[in-house]
Design a protein. Structure first.
Length: 442
C-alpha cells in the first residue's frame, strides 16, 4: 500500500462534541419554524396541518431513536448510505445515498431564496436571486474553511434563533384565542391533511444530518446520542409553540395571505406578530432581523451535511473520485461542497420554492424507509455488531417510523405526481448509471 500525498487524504478530522451536535441538529431544521410550514395551512387548514404534523412528529421521534442506533454503531460520514450498504448491499446503499443527496442538496436552495427575500426587505435595490447566490458562496466557503469553525458559527446563530422563537411565543401566546384555531379549520376536508404532509415534514426535515458528522465527532458512540436526542426534543417543543402561537392570534389565513387574494407568504411569523404589536414595534423588527439567523442556521447546516454525504459517495467510488478527497490544509470535503453549491444554484434559479421543498421531502421519506429497513436487517444479520445505543421498545419504534414514512411517501406522490416523476426519474437514471457503469467496473 502506497502513501497518498496530502491532497489525496480521505480522512475527516474529529473536533465535534455534544453541544456542537445539538447546535447542528437544531440548526439544520430551525428554518422550518420560520417559513414554509404555513404553506401547509393553505392545503389543509389548521386541523389538516395539525393532523399531518401530529403523525409526522411521531414518525420523527421514533425514527430518531432508530437512526441514532445506526449512527452510533456505524459512525461514518455517508449516513444512510453507509448503513444501507452494510445491511442491504451496494445497490440499495446507492439508492439510499442518492435519496439522501437529493434531500440535502435540494433543501438549501429553498432556504436561500427565503434568505434573499429577507435581505431584500433591507436592500431593495439588490435582486433576491443575487443575495441568495452570495449566501451560497459565503457559507460554502465557511464550510470549506473548517468543520469546527462552521459548527461554532452554527451553534451561535442557532441559539439566537431558538431564543427568538421563544420571544415570539411569549409575545403571541397571551393573545391566543381558541376561536381563531377553529375558524375554517378544515377547508378542503380530510384530504387536505394528506396534501399538507410535505409542509409538516418541513418542520423537521434534515434532523438526520447529525449522523453525517459522526465521523468528525469526538467519542461518537456517546456524543451522537446526546446531540441527536436533545435536538429532537428541542425541535418538537419549538414546533408545537410556533404552530399554536402563530395560528392562535388571528386564524390560519392571516399567516398565509398578507391580504385577501395575495400569493401565499414565506413569512408567517412576522404576519402573526404584526396582528399583536403592529409593524412598527421593536419586537416586530427584532423578529424579522433575528428570523434571518434561523434561515442562515439551516442553510449553513444542511450545506455542511450535504458536503459529507456527497463526499462519501466519491470516497467509495460511486461518484467521481475527486468528490471523495479532502482539502489538503483544511481537511474538509471542499470538492463535494463546491459541486453541491453549483447544483443548488441551478435549482435556485427556477424560483419554485414549494416544489423544491417537496422534492427534498421525497428524498427524506425514501431515506427514512430504507434506514428503518436497514435497522431491522442489521439486528438479524449482525446481532453482535457493537451498539452503544439501542432503540427502546424495539421493534415497535422502527416499525412505527417505517409505517408512517411509507404512508407519507405514497400520499406525497399522489398529491404531487409531476414532482414525483421528476424525483423518481432522477433516482432511476442515477441507478442505471450506477448499475451499468460503476457496479460493473467494480
Amino acid at each position: 500500500m502506497t502513501n497518498e500525498p496530502p491532497s489525496q487524504k480521505t480522512e475527516l478530522k474529529r473536533t465535534l462534541g455534544p453541544l456542537m451536535l445539538w447546535g447542528l441538529g437544531v440548526g439544520y431544521v430551525i428554518s422550518g419554524m420560520y417559513f414554509g410550514w404555513n404553506l401547509g395551512l393553505a392545503e389543509g387548514g389548521t386541523l389538516g396541518l395539525a393532523i399531518a404534523t401530529f403523525f409526522i412528529i411521531i414518525m420523527y421521534v421514533t425514527f430518531t431513536f432508530g437512526y441514532t442506533e445506526l449512527a452510533c454503531a456505524i459512525p461514518k460520514a455517508g449516513g444512510a448510505f453507509d448503513y444501507a450498504t452494510k445491511a442491504l448491499g451496494p445497490q440499495w446503499g446507492f439508492i439510499g445515498g442518492m435519496a439522501q443527496n437529493i434531500e440535502f442538496i435540494f433543501a438549501p436552495p429553498a432556504i436561500a431564496f427565503a434568505i434573499g427575500a429577507y435581505f431584500h426587505i433591507f436592500l431593495p435595490s439588490i435582486p433576491v436571486i443575487a443575495i441568495a447566490m452570495v449566501a451560497y458562496l459565503l457559507f460554502t466557503g465557511l464550510n470549506i474553511y473548517g468543520v469546527k469553525a462552521a459548527a461554532t458559527f452554527e451553534l451561535i446563530i442557532t441559539t439566537l434563533a431558538v431564543v427568538e422563537l421563544l420571544i415570539f411565543a411569549g409575545a403571541t401566546l397571551p393573545h391566543f384565542e381558541l376561536e381563531n384555531v377553529q375558524t375554517n379549520a378544515l377547508p378542503h376536508g380530510f384530504s387536505g391533511a394528506f396534501a399538507a404532509i410535505p409542509f409538516a415534514i418541513w418542520f423537521f426535515l434534515a434532523i438526520e444530518g447529525v449522523a453525517n458528522v459522526a465521523e468528525e465527532t469526538i467519542n461518537p458512540q456517546r456524543n451522537v446520542i446526546i446531540g441527536f436526542g436533545s435536538a429532537i426534543v428541542t425541535l418538537v417543543v419549538l414546533c408545537l409553540l410556533t404552530f399554536s402561537a402563530s395560528v392562535g392570534v388571528a386564524g390560519w389565513e392571516a399567516i398565509v395571505y398578507p391580504e385577501p387574494g395575495a400569493p401565499a407568504s414565506d413569512s408567517p411569523l412576522p404576519l402573526a406578530l404584526s396582528k399583536v404589536v403592529g409593524e412598527n414595534n421593536f419586537l416586530y423588527h427584532l423578529l424579522v432581523t433575528v428570523g434571518l439567523f434561523g434561515l442562515v442556521a439551516s442553510f449553513h447546516g444542511i450545506i455542511l451535511a450535504a458536503g459529507r454525504a456527497t463526499f462519501e459517495f466519491g470516497r467509495v467510488g460511486y461518484a467521481p473520485a475527486l468528490l471523495g478527497k479532502v482539502h489538503p490544509h483544511f481537511q474538509t470535503p471542499a470538492n463535494a461542497l463546491l459541486i453541491n453549491m453549483g447544483i443548488g444554484i441551478i435549482a435556485l434559479l427556477t424560483g419554485k420554492t414549494a416544489e423544491i421543498i417537496t422534492i427534498a421531502c421525497f428524498g427524506a421519506l425514501t431515506l427514512y424507509i430504507i434506514a428503518m429497513i436497514t435497522l431491522f436487517v442489521l439486528r438479524k444479520k449482525e446481532p453482535d455488531l457493537p451498539r452503544p445505543f439501542k432503540v427502546p421498545l424495539y421493534p415497535l419504534f422502527p416499525a412505527v417510523a417505517l409505517f408512517i414514512a411509507t404512508i407519507a411517501l405514497i400520499c406525497v406522490t399522489i398529491y404531487n405526481l409531476t414532482l414525483a416523476m421528476i424525483y423518481f426519474g432522477i433516482l432511476i437514471v442515477s441507478y442505471l448509471w450506477f448499475h451499468f457503469f460503476v457496479r460493473k467496473s467494480r
